[in-house]
Design a binder for this molecule. Sequence first.
Ligand code: NAD
Ligand code: DAU
Length: 335
Amino acid sequence: MYKILVTGGAGFIGANFVRHMLRHSDCTITVLDKLTYAGNKDSLSDLPANRVKLIVGDIADAPLVNRLISTHDTVVHFAAESHNDNSLRDPSAFVRTNVVGTFELLEAVRKHGVRFHHISTDEVYGDLELDDPQRFTETTPYQPSSPYSATKASSDLLVRAWVRSFGITATLSNCSNNYGPYQHVEKFIPRQITNVLCGAKPKLYGNGMNVRDWIHVNDHSSAVQRILDAGQPGRTYLIGADGEQNNLQVLQQILEIMGLPTDEFDWIGDRPGHDLRYAIDATPLREELGWNPEHGDFSAGLEHTIAWYSEHRQWWESSKILTENHYAQQQMIQG
Ligand code: NAD
Ligand code: DAU
């Protein structure tokens, strides 16, 4: 049986990927996750123990990583500090996990000859003007803006160098903004949904015109599975589903679905260095690997996501309080 080590599998995308692979393959999975504030073992607790095992540990722990990787066929590397706002508050954990942690994994896959897939972000390419006809492609120059995206860019470059210099078998993917169940309440869509569910007003940064290219998390998972099956070693694939919308449009759809007036939110100060627009051209993934997203209907995806948060209050309620306290402190610092 095929054995996959999934780093960060108790986080948002990792947990959805584990669920996807259980449904769509016969692999067994070991999740290596530090269970930081962003990891939640309840995201995996209903899964069959004969197929999924959780190891609580740090990807920067070289002996642990070495031992685990030596007994697996493939590593899919999701673990990261993932939130831009946190990286502005304290970047140190981002450097340690995203850069040093990725380095330790690369050294272990090099030693044991194990296949590696690196999960990354479109934010490594910086941002686009609203009217720029170009979208990001695999040859777009790297120009990260935030400490988070700079550390993800660094990790991508490490993977590319390990491919070229040491011949490891690795692929990379850079995906756009994901949404769906099990996403931490610090992120835009779940923050606004849970604000409404708690009787608080949603919060919109700046003028609300920043554009994100939304993709349902299950489409991200199917793309990664396709790359694992058919991706060319050494290649970078961009994952996106033509889902560009500005933040105001997304927030107004959430309010509408939740039965509130579309102006029932607070405008708040902007994120420093806030990227204006991301947009992915996923043509090679579609044409060369034959991948197609199945969840292109954004309002249906949003309705389903809202229903999930309404029905899973226990999953998010305790982190909601901590998250909003952090945001309140950050706003006080920024004035
Ligand atoms: P997340 O913050 O929800 O989950 C990250 C997981 O990594 C958590 O379970 C956390 O406990 C774990 N982790 C953190 N540091 C660790 C360490 N040192 N050792 C082991 N585990 C550790 O993040 P996410 O949104 O699921 O993102 C997953 C990956 O996908 C990241 O690499 C991110 O850069 C990338 N990505 C995210 C998006 C998005 O829209 N969320 C889009 C493109 C790419
Ligand atoms: O593009 C991929 C990236 O998408 C991933 O690499 C990151 O891990 C992921 O967090 C996400 O980054 P963003 O910074 O785009 O996501 P976030 O959910 O933090 O914010 C989305 C947009 O919404 C952004 O323009 C900022 C805005 N925003 C965010 C929050 C939390 C608000 O207007 N209000 C908010 O309360």
